[in-house]
Design a binder for this molecule. Structure first.
Ligand SMILES: Nc1ncnc2c1ncn2[C@@H]1O[C@H](COP(=O)(O)OP(=O)(O)OP(=O)(O)O)[C@@H](O)[C@H]1O
Ligand SMILES: [Mg+2]
Length: 249
């Protein structure tokens, strides 16, 4: 369970002030996928970084399984797997070595690291490149390795920023199927995306975010009904029009 209550985050530079997240609240439940949907610069990554304890909000409160993200960040980190869109793996290590390194950082036993590595590489179809150097892998292979690394400690809560960005449809399908399986195992999953079809296929509930504000928070069916549409793209345009982001003529 993840609870976000009225968080606000402002970035200030000498010239301007950006309210990246503006009094935003939502919650995500176990055995479900919550999708944060919004255009570029809407505040999705900032929100996910706050939940993942990498950023502190100016105001508001976030908790993961009852642990406060500001007061108890270590407890929170033990329970989450965080994948960021700007975490690019590189270097001379192989995925297997990297998984061992991160497993040890999480104080896992060697036998558990081996078991988990086997499990994740089967799941994510990584066996062919488990022993190749990261620097020599393709974008999709690197993304799979990054996903595996973020999940080595088998977290209950999974926070993935744009998990299918830059992936071909086959690799994207492996990742989305994997997330669905994980959901069905009882994990609480939050993803961000600006790809409507990803949200339609994966999410039980979506939060639509414009300029840092959560302007809708509902199930897909709830949104279709409310806006009299049968797909998320049309719903999204209607909301953008209502919010004055675009004008539909
Ligand atoms: N570290 C930072 N310093 C200053 N401004 C920032 C910082 N991080 C984010 N911002 C600003 O906050 C706003 C929200 O950015 P954020 O990265 O959360 O958006 P996003 O919804 O993830 O967008 P995208 O779809 O492009 O990834 C933007 O205006 C961005 O320029
Ligand atoms: Mg982002």
């Amino acid at each position: 369970m993840v609870k976000v209550e009225k968080i606000t985050k402002t970035f200030e530079s000498r010239r301007k002030k950006v309210v990246a997240v503006d009094s935003l609240s939502f919650s995500a439940e176990p055995k479900s996928i919550y999708g944060l949907l919004g255009p570029n610069g809407a505040g999705k990554t900032t929100t996910l970084r706050i939940i993942s304890t990498l950023l502190k909000p100016d105001r508001g409160k976030t908790s993961v399984m009852g642990f406060d993200c500001v007061v108890q960040p270590t407890e929170v980190r033990k329970r989450i797997g965080f994948l960021t869109s700007d975490m690019k793996l590189s270097g001379n290590l192989t995925p297997k070595e990297l998984l061992k390194f991160y497993g040890e950082l999480s104080h896992m036993r060697d036998t558990d690291i081996s078991r988990r590595t086997k499990e994740l590489s089967e799941y994510l179809d990584m066996n062919d490149f488990l022993d190749k150097r990261i620097g020599k892998l393709s974008t999709g292979m690197k993304q799979k390795a990054a996903i595996a690394v973020s999940l080595i400690h088998d977290p209950k809560v999974i926070i993935f920023d744009e998990p299918t960005n830059g992936l071909d449809i086959l690799t994207a399908r492996t990742v989305t199927d994997f997330l669905k399986d994980y959901r069905d195992q009882g994990k609480t999953i939050i993803i961000s995306t600006h790809i409507m079809s990803v949200a339609e296929k994966l999410c039980n509930r979506v939060g639509i975010i414009f300029k840092g504000r959560l302007v809708e928070d509902d199930t897909l069916e709830g949104l279709y009904e409310k806006f009299g549409e049968d797909n998320l793209e049309d719903v999204f345009f209607k909301i953008a029009d209502r919010e004055g982001v675009i004008e539909i003529v």
